[in-house]
Design a protein around this ligand. Structure first.
Ligand code: GLA
Length: 421
């Protein structure tokens, strides 16, 4: 492949072979889940006395639910509000059931679930396969059947099951078992697993075939932190392990690189665009974790960019591939609809990880990206919603990519040969 970057010539062989996986499809998460999770921004702040606005309490989730609707997030496709750790009371009730912290969730979880549903949103909950959650609240071990039923009684739509305080060697049995109990309640719930992550850090090889049959999404890498360094470490993990990860993803089953941190403290504007575009091209769940009450408008616009979200939610559900990485520049591509015969349209992200103070000029012949349709492509830039125009397979795309930023393109395959007089 010949790509022109800042006057230096580089070459590499293209590897864009699609591997589609036909796994369990129970009708949920047919596109990557989109919603809002508390953890990354609000963590385990339980001090409602001194910090009532930011502590983990029913008030926080109700306020976020209201803003999801009034600020246009629901319209953009985000349809879930989920609890994370630290919602529980330290002890189960006398009936053995899980219960929320009574001071922070005085109305109870069923009432919160009703409130969130009344806003047209789905309601998610967090638990842990072990004895305790990561923050030390009661886990589900030895209570699986009851806890699955409790979640169904509370009308839960999404369960994130963490893996602290448990034995990773028991997860191949335990995660499917809880999935079985969830199914048996007959309430459809999206099942988000941390199963492969805990096995990987314990040097086990995850049984991904089973995992992708049981879970709708699963974490396989470290928790995201509020920094560009953390975002790029995740991008590297996904690029370096793509031969394993890409075949697993598809409608109903997704790799989960963790939450979007856009709008918080650690990412610049360019880096925020970069996270959004990378998560979109990796067909990753789009789970925001940000204070929707104070988010600045430019970050909200990134999170609500409809053309980028459409790439993420594309019905083919193929996870994008890193096809080029050299001199701080990466190119990622993802096949999307519409198709012309057997040929796809493509989303393309050019990611610039260089830190020189000027944008890098990247010139890529379409053919080198694997875009070889005789009819050519209509090319559009998705961050700024600009048409670049029609390009034939023999032409090249030239873009200027800002330092620690991206350019994201959609190359829509044309159906008729271009008019020639
Ligand atoms: C783990 C998970 C995080 C978060 C915390 C809560 O670290 O990976 O996403 O849920 O636990 O304690």
């Amino acid at each position: 492949m010949e790509i022109f970057i800042k006057k230096s010539f580089c070459s590499l062989v293209l590897l864009n072979i699609l591997s589609l996986c036909y796994c369990l499809d129970n009708g949920l998460a047919l596109s990557p889940p989109m919603g809002w999770l508390a953890w990354q921004r609000f963590r385990c702040n339980t001090d409602c006395e001194n910090d009532p606005k930011h502590c983990i309490s029913e008030r926080l989730f109700m306020e976020m639910a209201d803003l999801m609707v009034s600020e246009g997030y629901v319209k953009a496709g985000y349809n879930l509000i989920s609890l994370d750790d630290c919602w529980l009371d330290k002890k189960r009730g006398s009936d053995g059931r899980l219960r929320p912290d009574p001071l922070r969730f005085p109305s109870g979880i069923r009432a919160l679930s009703n409130y969130i549903h009344s806003r047209g949103l789905k309601f998610g909950i967090y638990e842990d396969y072990g004895n305790y959650t990561c923050a030390g609240y009661p886990g589900i071990l030895n209570h699986m059947e009851l806890d699955a039923q409790t979640f169904a009684d509370w009308q839960v739509d999404y369960v994130k099951l963490d893996g602290c305080y448990s034995f990773p060697s028991q997860m191949d049995k335990g995660y499917p078992e809880f999935g079985y109990f969830l199914n048996r309640t007959e309430r459809p719930m999206i099942y988000s697993c941390s199963w492969p992550f805990y096995q990987l850090i314990n040097k086990m090889e995850p049984d991904y075939k089973t995992i992708s049959n049981i879970c709708h999404l699963w974490r396989n890498f470290e928790d995201i932190q509020d920094s560009w360094q953390s975002v790029t470490s995740i991008i590297d993990y996904y690029g370096d392990n793509q031969e394993t990860l890409i075949p697993l993803a598809g409608p109903g089953h997704w790799n989960d690189p963790d939450m979007l941190i856009i709008g918080n403290f650690g990412l610049s504007y360019e880096q925020s665009r970069a996270q959004m575009c990378m998560w979109a091209i990796m067909a990753s769940p789009l789970l925001m974790s940000v204070d929707l009450r104070t988010i600045r408008p430019e970050f909200k616009a990134i999170l609500q960019n409809s053309e980028i979200i459409a790439v993420n939610q594309d019905p083919l559900g193929v996870q994008g591939r890193r096809i080029y990485k050299k001199q701080g520049v990466e190119i990622w591509t993802k096949p999307v609809l519409p198709m012309n015969g057997k040929k796809f349209s493509w989303a393309v992200v050019v990611l610039n990880r260089r830190v020189d103070g000027t944008p890098s000029q990247v010139t890529v012949p379409l053919r080198e990206l694997g875009l070889d349709s005789e009819e050519g492509y209509h090319v559009r830039e998705l961050n700024d919603h600009k048409d670049i125009g029609f390009l034939s397979k023999d032409q090249a795309i030239r873009v200027d990519v800002n330092p620690s930023g991206v350019v994201m393109l959609k190359c829509t395959i044309q159906r008729v040969p271009p008019f020639s007089p």
